[in-house]
Ligand binder design. Structure first.
Ligand SMILES: *[C@@H]1O[C@H](CO)[C@@H](O)[C@H](O)[C@H]1NC(C)=O
Ligand SMILES: *[C@@H]1O[C@H](CO)[C@@H](O)[C@H](O)[C@H]1NC(C)=O
Ligand SMILES: *[C@@H]1O[C@H](CO)[C@@H](O)[C@H](O)[C@H]1NC(C)=O
Ligand SMILES: *[C@@H]1O[C@H](CO)[C@@H](O)[C@H](O)[C@H]1NC(C)=O
Length: 452
């Protein structure tokens, strides 16, 4: 309720874009001098000079107007790439925050509601013995736009996940101890700051000359953390469905939606695609309702109607896909391998392994079915996931019979507890554009290499 102040401050400043608008002509001044008509009797060369000035003024004014109009309807994008080069199964996004802007590499995570960066003095807790790499750290004291959030504020008490109950004095900083499902954790204090964004054209390309600031981004300043997940990144960019997540706040300002395109998870570091806010570049061909269910928050749930292998519908109880029966399926950019609740896992693995039975088996953790793939490339049966509204995900074979080692491929799904939710991980999502339309509640997608 009382968070309105923060929402209202979520504005894009056009000032920086305006500075870039003058093109080669330098920063436009107020320009009043150039509006004075040439004095009678002034020489033609004086008139010509004045006309040139006036023309430059007119052009820059029009450029500003055009740019302002574009920004109003615009989008912004950030480079996104696979983190495989660090040995993790995450996708990384480049993010700039603070004034002046400090650059970071963050995990793009649809399963998170708090965005945070490692702060000065951040260190893994002693249990994780390895010394920290010489990481970039955020220095709140060096950012003119950093504002701590008080522990007694509505934002802290209602929306910051894992905020600590101790609030001895109302103006103390809002502290958190964020616990992730995999056992990792991050501890620090929350504030708001401005993110620097590169406005993009309708074709999706980011144009670094058109920067703007997104104010009021809720940001955790993490002083200590546990877990391998955070060794190779500077923190997490929250794309979850939650009031304070970066995704919901940025989408609220840019068309109510965001999208990402995931390159092959084994792609090199320089193979970048994008995380974009505003209309997705290029129309997606498939769509299914996005279930922004409170019970599933901050996750994005979708309804699976059926799973097919080699054209045959698998026999999976409907409960498995029903959020109301403690089942359901979510799409998660922060999970690498797809996790299927037991009945779905059994059915999928049985159908795939039956058709790969001619291959020599190899044992390899954590997979149940791995094969020696050196003897040739057998045909992998097609896997199709049908969603409500007749949307079909037809992932390439490499997304579910995955490269696990040289010459070894495995059925790349994991078994999850039943009852329990199933998770469509980022490998199954790779080489697709995914658009999360939070305003109209659609998930749209299409197959694409995501190469730029
Ligand atoms: C209370 O919060 C502060 C941060 O404001 C933190 O440093 C401290 O450890 C917390 N104390 C307890 C007992 O949790
Ligand atoms: C945050 O919550 C408030 C009050 O519940 C709501 O009015 C507002 O729209 C929410 N903002 C976002 C970005 O979800
Ligand atoms: C990445 O770098 C490699 C080697 O430097 C180069 O061959 C390749 O074309 C680059 N790929 C992209 C997508 O830029
Ligand atoms: C796969 O089979 C080839 C040929 O039989 C063999 O040389 C190789 O060691 C096998 N690879 C594994 C991982 O078992």
């Amino acid at each position: 309720m009382a968070v309105r102040g923060h929402l209202l401050s979520l504005l894009v400043l056009l000032a920086l874009a305006a500075a870039a608008a003058a093109g080669g002509g330098g920063t436009p001044s107020t320009g009043t001098g150039t509006l004075v008509p040439a004095a009678p009797g002034a020489s033609l060369s004086d008139r010509a000079r004045d006309d040139r000035h006036r023309h430059a003024y007119i052009r820059s004014t029009l450029a500003l107007r055009r740019r302002a109009a574009e920004v109003g309807a615009s989008a912004f994008a950030m480079p996104l790439s696979s983190g495989a080069y660090t040995g993790t199964g995450q996708y990384f996004v480049r993010f700039r925050v603070g004034t002046p802007a400090q650059p970071f590499v963050l995990v793009a995570d649809t399963g998170s509601d708090l965005t945070w960066v490692k702060c000065r003095g951040a260190a893994p807790s002693p249990a994780d013995a390895q010394p920290p790499p010489p990481a970039r750290v955020f220095r709140p004291a060096d950012s003119k736009s950093w504002a701590p959030i008080a522990c007694a504020s509505d934002t802290c008490t209602s929306y910051v996940p894992f905020s600590l109950a101790n609030c001895s004095s109302p103006a103390s900083p809002c502290a958190y101890d964020y616990r992730y499902k995999d056992g990792s954790a991050a501890r620090g204090v929350v504030g708001t700051d401005s993110a620097t964004i590169a406005l993009s054209s309708s074709s999706g390309g980011a144009d670094s000359s058109r920067r703007a600031k997104l104010q009021g981004v809720v940001l955790g300043c993490t002083a200590s953390y546990d877990g391998q997940s955070f060794q190779s990144s500077d923190g997490v960019l929250s794309l979850g469905n939650s009031n304070i997540s970066f995704a919901s706040r940025a989408a609220a300002r840019f068309g109510g939606r965001f999208s990402y395109c995931l390159v092959d998870h084994l792609a090199p570091r320089n193979a970048t695609s994008f995380l974009a806010f505003g209309p997705a570049p290029g129309p997606a061909t498939q769509r299914t309702p996005l279930l922004l269910d409170r019970r599933m928050s901050p996750f994005y749930a979708v309804t699976v109607d059926a799973v097919y292998v080699a054209g045959e519908a698998l026999d999976i109880p409907a409960d498995v896909w029903d959020v109301g029966s403690n089942g359901g399926a979510i799409l998660d950019s922060g999970t690498s391998l797809t996790i299927l609740a037991t009945p779905a896992y059994r059915a999928v693995v049985a159908a795939l392994s039956k058709r790969l039975a001619g291959l020599p088996r190899v044992a390899m953790d954590p997979f149940e079915y791995c094969y020696n793939w050196t003897a040739g490339a057998p045909e992998v049966p097609a896997l199709e996931v049908h969603f409500a509204g007749s949307a079909r995900l037809e992932p390439p074979a490499k997304s579910y019979v995955i490269d696990a080692a040289p010459g070894v491929r495995c059925i790349g799904v994991q078994e999850g507890a039943w009852p329990g939710v199933s998770v469509i991980g980022n490998i199954l999502q790779q080489e697709h554009l995914w658009e999360f339309d939070l305003r109209d509640r659609w998930l749209r997608f299409k197959h694409t290499r995501c190469a730029q």
